[in-house]
Design a protein around this ligand. Structure first.
Ligand SMILES: [Zn+2]
Length: 80
């Protein structure tokens, strides 16, 4: 009998952990807010002015002429 109670307890714990790990969409806004901190904020994707590839702003290079995906394309400049 005691083993059965422990078994049920284990099942309840597994169910509870799985429920906590699955992402509740909109059911608990406070939990969602904690998960999506400033670090997880979406980063703007910018198009390279040389080749047109979209890269995250932090991975590209800014200069006076525009935004480029890499140092090489910044040297080449804006393609007209
Ligand atoms: Zn480029």
């Amino acid at each position: 009998m005691r083993n059965l109670l422990i078994f049920i307890l284990v099942l309840v714990v597994i169910w509870w952990v799985r429920r906590a790990l699955s992402k509740p969409r909109g059911s608990d806004p406070r939990a969602a807010g904690r998960r999506g901190g400033p670090k997880n904020a979406p980063e703007p994707m910018l198009a390279c002015d040389q080749c047109g590839v979209h890269v995250p702003e932090s991975e590209g290079v800014h200069d006076d002429n525009g935004f480029f995906c890499c140092e090489e394309h910044r040297r080449l400049g804006v393609r007209r």
